[in-house]
Design a protein around this ligand. Structure first.
Ligand SMILES: *[C@@H]1O[C@H](CO)[C@@H](O)[C@H](O)[C@H]1NC(C)=O
Ligand SMILES: *[C@@H]1O[C@H](CO)[C@@H](O)[C@H](O)[C@H]1NC(C)=O
Length: 523
């Protein structure tokens, strides 16, 4: 009796078998996935993982917490490493017109090639056809994993990205309207200070339209690949993507730009961040050397020291010299061409632990999403020097929140850098604002861990979430979503009414004039 009531009050935790696909576009993508797997494991779920090695420079070790791990590699080097303009020329700005050109997107192209490898892999097929999965957790950068899940009858499917919302499989198929006031494509955005200006909205509309066209082209290619393998009755991947239950994004609800959203979209920003640990003795001592405080400086994991030219190194060191009361800890794996007594090069930096230390007063960063969220959680004001990807978008948000100053990557001069640093170090408002945001984040009632875990469990239990959450916009194209078809129709109607009205009034006027002329002749 006693035992029975115990069993009833503590029902066995439901243990899910989860199939996860990770698109390894970079090291941070893998680290994010590892964190998600750890959380799922802690909760008692089993996760089998397929790693799609889009970026062959990422070295793998261990199993990342997976019960079974299958890795799909390019036979040689992935084309992504050679073509990735952003990695090879991080300090060169893509011209605005180039973002609008119909030149094919290398990220999409490489994903198409990776899709062939995934479809060819017997290890992937064996794993996915084992008929044991309760849910699939798929990286949302391309359609291939969704199509594979459909083929192997794994349902439901939820998507995730370690970046802000990805338009391709997330916003399009959740049915979110692509309004020009918001950045629909958050990658490599145009540099502008006023996003609501007419010119920017025209640009955003053209950019969105262009991305849609590239996307339709990709759809055609992927659909034909899939039908060649699985037969002509294989559904349109569009239909499959619409049936995704939830879309997790790494945006933080208090930091991301407010935008129209969907219940399908879940913000889990901050979920992947490590917990701060005490500093090692040597670093701890180093922080005490500064008269006033310390500034930490890092361009992240993807930019090697060879990418920072000697001229740039001089600009940084010369500027730092002008703040002798501060010490600068620069994550720079090597020796800079110039040195100063208040600049320390570190090959590696425990960024989290340092940000949470009160002796660190500012952060100079490229503003990758993790760095943005981390500095916001730690309450440290920042100088943002965004380089590529979602970094401009993130930096713009931090500036809008009042906790950062941006220096454009093509305008890194002593004067600009000095001004930015002077602001975040000497103007109390930045520090105050950063602290305010950090305390809001820690007081937020819902945690990303809970949103993620309970979201997955709920989706696994109720297969028909898409039916409840999907917006009607998912089924319609860009023109219908924005009401352009209606606007075009109404424009034609107004035009016709005006033309008819003008004709009619000319006709009537002529008749009247004619009558008067006849009258006057008679008289
Ligand atoms: C999508 O879901 C609906 C409703 O559950 C179902 O009828 C349809 O067959 C699904 N489509 C695909 C391609 O799985
Ligand atoms: C850095 O400073 C030391 C003296 O403190 C000097 O010996 C060394 O040559 C300097 N290195 C460079 C690269 O300027």
């Amino acid at each position: 009796m006693h035992l029975l009531s115990l069993l009833i009050s503590f029902p066995c935790a439901l243990s899910l078998n989860i199939l996860m696909y990770v698109n390894v576009a970079g090291k941070s993508h893998l680290q994010f996935a590892e964190k998600l797997i750890a959380l799922l494991n802690e909760r008692g779920h089993n996760v089998d993982v397929v790693l799609g090695m889009l970026n062959s420079y990422v070295s793998l070790k261990g199993t990342y917490g997976a019960r079974q791990l299958v890795t799909v590699n390019f036979p040689g080097e992935s084309p992504w490493g050679q073509v990735a303009y952003h990695l090879n020329n991080p300090f060169v700005e893509i011209p605005d017109w180039q973002r609008l050109s119909m030149e094919s997107n290398k990220f999409i192209d490489t994903n198409q090639l990776l899709c062939d490898l995934l479809l060819d892999s017997t290890a992937v097929a064996d794993l996915m056809s084992s008929n044991k999965y309760d849910i699939a957790l798929m990286s949302g950068y391309d359609f291939c994993p969704f199509a594979l899940a459909h083929h192997h009858k794994i349902s439901p499917v939820v998507s995730y990205v370690p970046t802000p919302i990805y338009y391709y499989t997330q916003s399009y198929y959740a049915g979110l309207p692509e309004l020009p006031l918001y950045e629909n494509v958050v990658f490599d955005v145009r540099h502008t200070s006023d996003r609501s200006s007419f010119v920017t909205r025209v640009y955003e509309t053209l950019r969105t339209f262009k991305e849609r066209l590239l996307h339709y082209n990709d759809l055609i290619i992927i659909n034909s690949k899939l039908r060649a393998r699985f037969g002509d009755s294989f559904p349109d991947v569009r239909e499959i993507a619409m049936n995704t239950s939830l879309d997790f994004t790494n945006s933080h609800p208090l930091l991301e730009e407010p935008r129209p959203t969907s219940l399908r979209l879940k913000y889990i920003g901050g979920i992947g961040l490590p917990t701060p640990k005490p500093l090692k003795k040597e670093l701890d001592n180093m922080l005490n050397l500064a008269a006033k405080g310390n500034v930490i400086f890092s361009f992240g994991t993807q930019i090697g020291p060879e990418k920072i030219t000697p001229e740039l190194q001089r600009v940084f060191v010369n500027t730092f010299k002008r703040f002798p009361e501060y010490n600068f800890l620069w994550k720079f794996d090597g020796k800079t061409v110039m040195n100063a007594s208040n600049v320390f090069n570190l090959d590696w930096m425990p960024q989290t632990d340092l940000l949470y230390d009160d002796r660190v007063h500012a952060f100079i960063s490229h503003f990758g999403l993790n760095s943005f969220t981390e500095t916001a959680c730690a309450g440290v004001p920042a100088v943002a020097i965004p380089l590529f990807g979602d970094q401009h978008h993130n930096a713009r948000r931090a500036v809008a929140l009042g906790a950062a100053v941006m220096v454009r990557k093509t305008e890194i001069t002593e004067a600009n850098l000095y001004e930015a640093l002077a602001k975040v170090l000497r103007d109390e408002r930045y520090r105050k604002r950063a602290k305010e945001i950090a305390s809001m984040i820690s007081a937020l009632p819902d945690t990303p861990q809970r949103i993620f875990l309970e979201g997955i469990e709920f989706a696994a239990k109720f297969n028909n979430l898409p039916f409840h959450y999907r917006l009607a916009g998912a089924k319609h194209n860009f023109f219908v979503q924005l009401g352009w078809d209606v606007a075009a129709f109404l424009t034609v109607v107004v035009f016709l009414v005006v033309v008819v009205a003008m004709r009619l009034s000319f006709f009537v006027l002529n008749r009247i004039r004619a009558k008067f002329q006849v009258k006057s002749k008679k008289e």
